[in-house]
Design a protein around this ligand. Structure first.
Ligand SMILES: N[C@@H](CCC(=O)N[C@@H](CS)C(=O)NCC(=O)O)C(=O)O
Length: 197
């Protein structure tokens, strides 16, 4: 399978999850401005949405959207998420929170046309959203309970943006989680492979 990515984007969540799950992958880098892949092909022909991540399975099936791809990785490998019960829905709930409530609030920081006011409003909202993450990490070792799951893979990306793009001070448990996850072999490998380490 192929993972279409750009460095340090939300596709890194899937990259980390693939490594954790032990699923073999080929990375294909996308130029998000030009909408081309590293070999010059038209990325829109792969994913008409034009953004990353996307995965292409060996039979040519293309799957997009982090939530779907992370669930596919977990289900395909039988790891990174409970197979059933409320624990499974807690992971989906946490991943949806990262996607809908954390990720989306970084948008002004990736949009050169965004105003300072928009950035300030986004930062205030992120502070509020990370306060809930802090509560969750005070209760449990990982975002969705006692075990590392796909929700933590995605959370790592947003914590990385908060610290290294926005310059936020994350609350203490969240910062400790960021440091712990940053030391995991899978995260180190993903960073290396994306040219970030
Ligand atoms: N709804 C998508 C959003 C993905 C997304 O925001 N991707 C960003 C990188 S983090 C991107 O490719 N932006 C470039 C663009 O939209 O042109 C998902 O959850 O997978």
């Amino acid at each position: 399978m192929k993972l279409y990515y750009a460095p340090a984007t939300c596709a890194m969540a899937d990259h980390i999850a693939l490594i954790e799950a032990g699923i073999a992958y080929e990375l294909v880098r996308v130029d998000l401005k030009a909408k081309t892949t590293e070999d010059g092909a038209d990325y829109l022909a792969v994913n008409p949405k034009g953004y990353v991540p996307a995965i292409a399975l060996d039979d040519g099936t293309v799957l997009t959207e982090n939530l779907a791809i992370l669930n596919w990785i977990a289900d395909t490998s039988g790891t990174l998420m409970p197979a059933d019960g409320i624990g499974r829905y807690r992971v989906i709930e946490a991943t949806a929170y990262v996607s809908g409530e954390l990720h989306k609030n970084f948008k002004p920081y990736f949009n050169p046309a965004a105003s300072e006011l928009e950035r300030d409003e986004a930062r205030a909202m992120l502070t509020k959203r990370f306060a809930l993450v802090e509560e969750m990490l005070t209760r449990d070792a990982y975002l969705a309970g006692p075990d590392f799951t796909v929700a933590d893979c995605y959370l790592f990306v947003t914590m990385n943006w908060a610290v290294n793009k926005v310059g936020m001070d994350l609350p203490p448990q969240t910062m400790a989680h960021f440091t712990r996850l940053g030391a995991r072999a899978s995260v180190q490998q993903a960073m290396r492979e994306e040219g970030l380490a």
